[in-house]
Design a protein around this ligand. Structure first.
Ligand SMILES: [Zn+2]
Length: 314
């Protein structure tokens, strides 16, 4: 499947893939679920495809393209936190570095993709730094992250940064229509997914998630005027119900979008909505939400306490 949007970034990477000396390391930074990993895989296909078209674009059908899509191509290794873990460990970086040092099967490059690279612990980051300082053979490392500020500066200075942004609503809407969505559904989902194409496709494929989204918006509206007891109860229910962080993060992202939307209404003069908050109050709530999200994603913070803290400030 073609990656939607990000034309500038794709062009830069496409022309780089044709060069004799491709940089040893890249950081693909930008929000989650906008296609960064798919673009990293496309970059690999630009390099390895055996049946490129006249423009030099990959075919998506040959052995290399298919096995890159299926994560089985021997010269491309993808790592991320192992099941149940919140971090990428030094052993994973050792293994990756060993693989990158081997000769390529196709007498070409070896590529390592580190997904959620900010989850490398400090030992893993330092070990990766050594590999970046002394790259062996023809290897390329792509670090994918929504939080590039969590990478050590010595890694950042050795990698080429490619920044990605949220996608336009129209682009997402059109893509959903091309997948078979009705026009009004595509509009609604594009609005809900706030520029994250991966989320939009997920909503389209899982109508239950649309229901959850609407429920989370209703919940946060109610919580804004609920007593403390109800807020604590909600924090408990919310953290009991989700074993993984993913559900929690999703709910908080929905809340964040809700408050951003309300802030815009207020900025444009609709004072009646959420009347008890000023624009400044909403800015602080959004900042708090993003701080808690960041802490939950990257540390072992007590999730229930963090959410309680957030909710009592509403
Ligand atoms: Zn191909």
């Amino acid at each position: 499947m073609a990656v939607i949007g990000h034309c500038n970034q794709k062009n830069i990477l496409f022309s780089m893939s044709k060069k004799e000396n491709i940089p040893h390391a890249f950081i693909f930074s930008g929000p989650n679920k906008i296609g960064k990993k798919m673009i990293a895989l496309d970059f690999a296909k630009n390099i390895f495809c055996q049946e490129k078209n006249l423009k030099g674009e990959p075919c998506d059908k040959c052995y290399a393209c298919r096995s890159i899509n299926e994560s089985t191509f021997p010269d491309v290794t993808i790592i991320a936190p192992e099941d149940g873990s919140k971090e990428i460990k030094i052993e994973q970086i050792w293994q990756l570095s060993e693989k990158l040092a081997l000769k390529s099967y196709g007498n070409s490059y070896k590529i390592g993709i580190i997904n959620d690279a900010h989850l490398m612990n400090v030992y893993a980051q330092n070990s990766l730094l050594k590999t970046l300082e002394e790259p062996k053979g023809k290897s390329i490392i792509i670090l994918i992250t929504a939080y590039p500020e969590m990478l050590i500066s010595t890694i950042k200075s050795r990698a080429q940064n490619i920044k990605f942004s949220l996608l336009d609503k129209e682009l997402i809407e059109n893509h959903l229509i091309s997948l078979g969505a009705k026009s009004e559904d595509a509009k609604e989902i594009a609005m809900m997914s706030s520029g994250q194409i991966g989320k939009a496709v997920d909503f389209f494929n899982n109508p239950d998630k649309v229901k959850n989204f609407n429920q989370s918006v209703k919940d946060i509206e109610t919580l804004c005027s609920a007593d403390y007891h109800k807020r604590f109860e909600y924090a408990k229910k919310m953290t009991d119900a989700t074993e993984t962080n993913e559900g929690l993060m999703e709910t908080m992202e929905i809340w964040e979008r809700f408050f951003r939307r309300e802030m815009l209404y207020k900025v444009f003069g609709n004072k009646d909505r959420l009347a008890k908050y000023s624009v400044n109050d909403l800015v602080l709530i959004i900042k708090d939400l993003s701080k808690v999200k960041h802490l939950i994603a990257s540390t072992n913070i007590n999730k229930k306490l963090a959410i309680e803290n957030l909710l009592i400030k509403l």
